[in-house]
Design a protein around this ligand. Structure first.
Ligand code: DGL
Length: 282
């Protein structure tokens, strides 16, 4: 690496953001796939959850965070590790920064269609995501191939943010039941799409209601692979970096810190490389 402040393109970090802790599920996959990259993770905790707010609000926050990560941390790529922000705002972020590789996440409907045998697929996501035009276009393009049981999960990401276990338990019970009946017989749901990056962290709780045989699909791995592809094409892959992670939160950083120690798979690198979360006013 060249002296501080003169990082080469490949040495610059990858920015990752979410409304809160959910994007850590994507960061886990990114660190596995790209062990030499440095990451700056931004949790917009002061403004979470995004999922029941309007597009304009989420668009405004996404634009502000993208600008901050570029100007202050000189990121070389941005992963929008939030289905809600991707649905509401990724087109604006791309238009504002045409030279920046921007990778988003969206509910994995296509992989679910490929895996499902019964053709009945449950999709859990935030209200902003499921009511977005982007999601509707995706669903409509696959409507002939499967029946989608779509559940807007109001309050669930917020409960995960607060680590509110009783609320998580009752919302999981309600929303899995709202989708329908699970199993591998005709007419039953055999595949569940986790359409919010917070939900992989409560997979065990969801499974209590769906049973063991239902397949859960999230988007961490494909997003990490797409990030690798785009950086490779741009000649910007880091080949020998230390894999350091900088954790930033727009509110008091304790909840991000606690979530990172609980959920970030630090075994992918020395624990000391993940810095204690710090507050950033953005
Ligand atoms: N983790 C986010 C998502 O993937 C947003 C959850 C929220 O803030 O409501 O949709």
């Amino acid at each position: 690496m060249t002296p501080a402040g003169h990082l080469t393109n490949a040495d610059r970090p990858i920015g990752v953001f979410d409304s809160g802790v959910g994007g850590l599920s994507v960061l886990n996959a990114l660190r596995e796939e790209l062990p030499h990259e440095r990451f700056v993770y931004f949790a917009d905790t002061a403004h979470a959850p995004y999922g029941e707010r309007g597009d304009a609000y989420v668009g405004e926050r996404s634009g502000t965070i993208a600008r901050y990560l570029l100007e202050t941390h000189r990121i070389k790529a941005l992963v929008v590790a939030c289905n809600t922000a991707t649905a509401a705002a990724i087109h604006r972020v791309r238009a504002d920064h045409p030279m920046l590789p921007v990778i988003g996440v969206e509910p994995a409907l296509k992989p679910a269609v490929a895996l499902s045998r019964t053709g009945h697929i449950a999709v859990m996501a935030t209200r902003v995501t499921v009511e977005s035009r982007k999601f509707e276009t995706l669903r409509a393009s696959l409507a002939a191939q499967a029946s989608f049981h779509i559940v807007p999960c109001d309050g669930l990401a917020g409960a995960i943010e607060r680590s509110d276990l009783p609320a998580i338990a009752s919302l999981c019970q309600k929303y899995t039941a709202d989708a329908g009946v699970y199993g591998s017989d005709a007419g039953q749901i055999d595949t569940l799409v986790l359409g919010c990056t917070h939900y992989p962290f409560i997979a065990d709780e969801l499974r209590r209601h769906t049973g063991e045989t239902v397949r859960f699909i999230d988007t961490g791995l494909p997003v990490a692979q797409q990030t690798r592809r785009l950086l490779g094409q741009a000649g910007q892959l880091a080949l020998e970096g230390d894999g350091a992670v900088l954790l930033l939160s727009s509110a008091a950083p304790e909840s991000l810190d606690a979530a990172a120690s609980r959920w970030l798979a630090l075994s992918a690198g020395p624990a000391s490389l993940a810095r204690t979360a710090i507050a950033a006013t953005v």
